[in-house]
Design a protein around this ligand. Structure first.
Ligand code: MIC
Ligand code: SF4
Length: 645
């Protein structure tokens, strides 16, 4: 077990109860929460359902950054609900236009050594400033706002030792892409990545935040950096020096595993379609034609990133064969670029400026043309996430993206013949919090037609007569389960949103997943989803649990289920099971019957669960499943979900 690490110190300072043994549950006190609009409406509806009069955290902020297109009233209805519920419950509100939750939180609210949970998987961005920042489902965030501790498995600590210094045109993004090539998106559940070593001091807080942000793609609980002189400099520039506290691992700290990354050996990398760990060097891809370049997202739109882009574009023209669109991550950055003239250089080059927010990263506009390559500075390139079927999305650094925008093809920025711009970090950022609304007012909550209450589930039956509604393969992401893009606006209207569960697997001439699952439910049986490895990876969207629950799903059985998704399943009364014998995955098929006798009694911490499989031809077989459920998780599942408790 690791010793003397930063993460252990933060856990110790927030310890409420539980174990200090790796893998065993530990409950920690939560200082801060954040929500964004796409998951936030459910989180606050849940908070209301718990009858919590006001939040108990030190600081809670509700951001609007995902659903900002107003093609129909739904999104604006959500914003008004969020604004009014925040005012009523003691939560600060960051309206559309102020920026992406993670970037704004880092700039204005993050404090080293504090704990933060957010209803978004990229909450670990806060690890860049030395916070223990964790992504969770909306219900867990609502519980934290209600003053409840948050449970995690006591982490295994992966120490990443950084040495040396990045070379020109090689970026923080390349560091995390490198780590993704080593650790991949699978098998890291229950770990925390902690950075240490002499290379740390060479990285600024926004660079560190790029690295911890995309650590989410590793599937770890969180990633974090120590808090040092760079952290103090950043906080001072944000006029928040009083929030600085130093935080370092002990000199003789021990990690469960150590990986060394030499920053001077890092070269420009790209994550190729359709997984963030499908890494190649930009060198190898050189010459591949590109149709679209997008810069922004919570991973890469700090002042430094966009100033570097502006300085590279200055006096040049974006290639006629691509479109370059830039979505600044925060109003702070956009305002600074506007005031110092860099925005003019960007516009003059032919780039398109998008609204400050998530935008194309979550399929809100800018879908690429068919059969074209899209290059993005974002963190996810799961198939279809762009809004174009069969998309080819690559993830790169802003350095690589801007070189590609100028040439129209994959170009190693080191060989593009451009001088590396010398970005001077601002000594003072433009501080303007006038859009952050403080709680207070009449307490009246605005609830328009499209805001529905969270659906109610029944307690878990003892005899669970199940039918396999769908069987899917490896690495099924929450984007496969619950698509975003044009459907995102239905996030607060479960009956409508549930129609598109597993939409990408629907086939012409066959009832949809939603139709098949509701038919099973209406026949009095329980729906079962069968997955393979890394089921539910990606986002924190609890809709990937709520909507299947609404359609009558009671069990998800897979070879491995990702952390946040597994927690969301528990919160909504769905049993997450893991095949004890992986070969049994092959025995099961769609429409097979899987019966669990005395399931309520079978569910005990650390004990297997047995089900009886019956194939269409009548053959029977016993299948044994394991699970990682704690006594508390089981209590929640038996009740049919957290809200019933
Ligand atoms: C994402 O990047 O997929 C999202 C949209 O930010 C999600 C949250 C959501 O689905 O609303 C996430 O990462 O948790
Ligand atoms: Fe928004 Fe994309 Fe970041 Fe998710 S990953 S919070 S959609 S910018």
């Amino acid at each position: 077990m690791a010793r003397g690490t930063v993460v252990q110190k933060i856990i110790e300072a927030h310890f409420v109860e539980g174990s200090r043994e790796t893998g065993k549950p530990v409950a920690i006190r939560i200082d801060q929460t954040l929500t964004q609009d796409a998951t936030g409406t459910m989180a606050y509806l849940e908070l209301e359902a718990m009858n919590v009069p006001g939040v108990k955290t030190e600081l809670s902020v509700s951001y609007v950054d995902h659903n900002m297109m107003q093609n129909g009233p739904e999104n604006r209805n959500d914003h008004l609900y969020l604004q009014s519920v925040a005012a009523a419950k003691g939560v600060r509100f960051s309206p559309p236009g102020n920026g992406i939750c993670h970037q704004v939180h880092l700039e204005r609210f993050g404090v080293p050594g504090k704990t933060l949970i957010g209803s978004d998987s990229h909450t670990p961005t806060g690890g860049g400033i030395g916070m223990m920042a964790i992504g969770a489902g909306g219900l867990d965030v609502a519980l934290a706002m209600a003053g409840k501790p948050f449970r995690i498995p006591y982490p295994k600590v992966i120490g990443v030792k950084l040495t040396g210094k990045l070379s020109p045109w090689c970026a923080a993004k390349d560091v995390i892409l490198k780590l993704l090539s080593i650790l991949t998106t699978k098998g890291n559940v229950g770990s925390v990545v902690e950075y240490f070593g002499p290379g740390v001091a060479t990285l600024t807080v926004p660079q560190r935040a790029t690295i911890t942000n995309m650590g989410a793609e590793l599937g770890v609980t969180t990633s974090l950096f120590p808090s040092d002189e760079s952290t103090r400099v950043f906080l001072k520039a944000q006029d928040r020096e009083k929030d600085f506290v130093p935080l370092a691992a002990d000199p003789d700290a021990e990690y469960d595993q150590v990986i060394e990354i030499r920053l001077d050996e890092i070269e420009p990398l790209a994550a190729c379609p359709s997984s963030p760990d499908n890494i190649k060097s930009v060198r190898e891809l050189a010459g591949t034609k590109v149709g679209q370049v997008l810069i922004g997202s919570c991973t890469n739109s700090s002042y430094r990133d966009l100033a570097m882009v502006a300085m590279t574009l200055k006096g040049r023209r974006v290639s006629e064969s691509v479109t370059l669109s830039i979505a600044p991550g925060s109003r702070q950055v956009l305002e600074m670029l506007a005031r110092n003239g860099m925005l003019a250089d960007i516009i003059a080059s032919g780039a398109r400026i998008l609204e400050t927010g998530c935008g194309p990263c979550i399929g809100q506009g800018q879908s690429p043309a068919d059969d074209t390559v899209s290059v993005r500075t974002f963190n996810r390139n799961f198939a279809g996430r762009t809004g174009t079927k069969g998309d080819q999305a690559y993830l790169v650094s802003p350095e690589t993206a801007v070189a590609i925008a100028l040439t129209g093809e994959f170009t190693d920025p080191r060989t593009a013949g451009i001088e590396y711009p010398n970005v001077v970090e601002p000594e003072v950022f433009e501080i303007n919090d006038n859009m952050i609304q403080l709680p207070g007012g009449s307490g009246e909550i605005v609830r328009k037609r499209t805001i529905g209450a969270p659906p109610v589930n029944q307690p878990l039956p003892d005899e669970l007569d199940g039918v396999v509604v769908i069987k899917v393969g490896d690495k099924i992401t929450t984007d496969h389960i619950m698509p975003a893009g044009i459907h995102l606006k239905h996030r607060s209207n479960i009956p409508v949103y549930a129609k598109v569960v597993f939409e990408c697997f629907n086939e012409a001439g066959r009832p949809t997943f939603a139709e098949r699952a509701s038919a099973v439910r209406d026949s009095g049986k329980a729906g079962i989803i069968v997955g393979r490895d890394s089921y539910g990876q990606g986002s924190s969207r609890e809709h990937a649990a709520i909507c299947p629950m609404y359609l009558g799903v009671k069990v998800v059985a897979a070879l491995a289920i990702e952390r946040i998704h597994s927690a969301n399943l528990v919160n909504f009364g769905i049993v997450p099971l893991v095949f004890a014998n992986p070969a049994d995955y092959d025995s099961i098929g769609e429409n097979d019957s899987l019966v669990f006798h005395s399931l309520r009694g079978q569910l005990r911490p650390g004990e297997p669960v047995r089900g009886e499989l019956t194939k269409a031809d009548g053959t029977k077989k016993e299948i044994v499943f394991n699970h990682r459920l704690s006594a508390e998780d089981i209590r929640i599942i038996l009740a049919g979900g957290m809200l019933n408790l």
